[in-house]
Design a protein around this ligand. Structure first.
Ligand code: G4P
Length: 529
């Protein structure tokens, strides 16, 4: 296969949903179609059901051993599919945001009964802002849920999507009879048999055909005809270009648990979803079919085995081919690195590969060279744009609880922050360290990992912060700015990259500060012009 063909056959995507909508189940069924696993239940359940640290640590430990769950790859109809794992738990939302920098498209899973939920709103917003093509899968049609049209409305209103159904349910819950596939023009009858892999479909170009009444009954046939008329009257026709530009989102209905409607989704997906897309670096736009290798780190996975403290850095290949034992420039460090055992992922295993193509994810063993967002090239100075940091929601001072181990503690904090577990702020006034996280669970995770991986002990102390605001660089020399620095000294800190941050202790004080010092520009994300 030529380089161009290899690129054209790759589909790298993520599945996003609110926890429990069916992401894990859908992933598993997709893998079954790819022949990557033989039976249901084979995908490690890496969900966090409870907010218990022990639960989380157990999962992380298992994942450390079988890190391949971060990327699940398989071949289906000669397409190389890479599914990137995105944690659904809200405390790990940042991890998911970062993974979204490495996908070329996404599938959004919605629970038919619960509709659009909180996490879906946040994740879809990021995808919408980045113009990532999205397909929607409305799951659990075997259960009673909301009316299909109401759900489509909700997708438009709450998620700001422009939807067009490519399949439509016939009944629901107890009366669920199947699906009319608008994309393929056929009917798929539901039998509720989850072991069945390939469903029987009946071609139906024309739903006015009276045969339809014989197959699904008079009442259901009339209802389906009425519904489809409404669909065709109300929703625009599917337009692949709009979908690829992120301006239209096709919707499928089905039941992942029953493996129903999943093949339709997958078959449509491989036809319409984009192959590896070009990517913006700060310097220029990089095309996937350029000869020279470029790629960036979007995730770092710690090895939970304390005997091997190495980590796995996940690189998304943007252009060119990544080859084993070839030197690549680590742009931030300005040094060349060679990798003798790059890992590729297949189904649930990882294996050493000689060559990888754009769209692929390569896992590199790392002893501390990489940070999230680092770029590798063949010599060109390029910086890929990542996802900005958002203000954390919880803040605590972190103290050293074992003075003999301060070196270990600092190293541990440093590395965990490189992995993107949390954000670190160092107070200007006294150099004290403050950890900011999205969820309270991370504090326990950090404490546990510092102890088990670095042999360091920490304790926390409450620190009341409402929001972290990044301070713009303009007007630094003005009297107003200097006064702001003087008066607010107690609340100023540097983030890990050395950017100045104002830690507002309440909404009121934030507003007052903005009013009093209009020349000081405060930003709610770390990336601003
Ligand atoms: P997640 O990864 O998005 O968090 O969700 P997951 O796939 O684990 O699914 C959440 C629950 O919903 C699971 O039940 C799963 O079996 C169920 N589910 C998924 N798809 C369907 C579907 O199409 N129909 C119905 N009726 N249920 C579905 P659970 O009881 O939480 O877990 P388990 O004990 O069954 O694994």
């Amino acid at each position: 296969m030529t380089f161009k063909q290899e690129i054209a056959r790759r589909r790298t995507f993520g599945i996003i949903s609110h926890p429990d909508a069916g992401k894990t189940t859908l992933t598993e069924k997709l893998l079954l179609f790819g022949g990557a696993i033989q039976e249901a239940g084979a995908v490690k359940n890496n969900k966090i059901k409870k907010s218990a640290t022990s639960d989380f640590m157990e999962i992380e430990r298992q994942r450390g051993i079988s890190v391949a769950t971060s990327v699940l790859a398989f071949i289906y109809k000669n397409k190389k599919i890479n599914i990137l794992d995105t944690p659904g738990h809200k405390d790990f939302a940042e991890d998911t945001f970062r993974t979204l920098t490495a996908v070329d498209s996404v599938i959004v899973v919605i629970d038919v009964a619960k509709g659009v939920e909180e996490q879906t709103v946040k994740l879809v917003e990021v995808c919408r802002m980045r113009k990532i093509p999205m397909l929607v899968f409305i799951n659990k049609m075997d259960r009673e849920g909301q009316d299909a049209f109401d759900l489509l409305d909700e997708l438009e209103q709450k998620l700001g999507l422009s939807v067009t159904p490519l399949s439509f349910p016939i009944g629901m819950g107890y009366d669920f009879k199947g699906i009319y596939n608008i994309f393929e023009k056929n009917i798929n009858l539901f039998s509720g048999d989850s072991k069945k892999n390939i469903e029987q479909t009946i071609a139906f170009d024309d739903v006015t055909n009276p045969e339809l009444d014989k197959i699904i009954g008079n009442k259901a046939a009339t209802e389906l005809r009425d519904n489809l008329e409404l669909v065709w009257g109300v929703y625009p026709e599917f337009d692949k270009e709009l979908y690829l530009k992120g301006d239209q989102q096709p919707v499928f209905f089905g039941s992942a648990l029953n493996n129903f409607g999943v093949r339709e989704l997958l078959d449509c997906f491989i036809q319409i979803a984009p192959p590896p897309r070009s990517k913006h670096a700060e310097e220029r736009l990089v095309e996937a079919n350029e000869k020279e290798m470029t790629g960036f780190v979007f995730k770092i996975h710690a090895n939970m085995d304390p005997k091997h403290r190495d980590r796995l850095a996940f690189i998304k290949i943007v252009s060119g081919t990544f080859e084993r034992n070839k030197p690549y420039l680590h742009v931030r460090q300005g040094k060349n690195l060679k990798f003798s055992s790059p890992n590729a992922f297949f189904a649930e295993k990882k294996e050493i590969v000689d060559i990888s193509y754009p769209g692929d994810i390569v896992g590199l063993h790392d002893t501390g060279n990489f940070k999230i967002g680092d770029t590798l090239t063949e010599g060109e100075i390029l910086h890929y744009k990542g996802i900005p940091s958002f203000s954390p929601e919880h803040f605590r001072y972190i103290n050293n609880a074992d003075p003999m181990k301060s070196k270990q503690l600092n190293k541990g904090i440093d590395q965990l922050m490189d992995e993107g577990v949390a954000q670190l702020f160092t107070l200007e006034l006294n150099g004290r360290k403050v950890i900011g996280t999205v969820g309270a669970l991370q504090f326990e995770v950090i404490q546990y990992r510092l102890e088990h991986e670095y042999g360091a002990k920490c304790s926390y102390e409450n620190f009341n912060v409402y929001k972290a605001c990044w301070v713009g660089n303009e007007n630094r020399k003005t009297e107003e700015f200097k006064e702001f620095e003087r008066v607010k000294q107690k609340f100023l800190a540097k983030d890990k990259r050395g950017q100045l941050v104002f830690l507002a202790d309440s909404q009121f004080s934030l507003q007052m500060t903005q009013q009093k010092y209009p020349l000081v520009k405060l930003h709610f994300t770390s990336e601003f012009e």
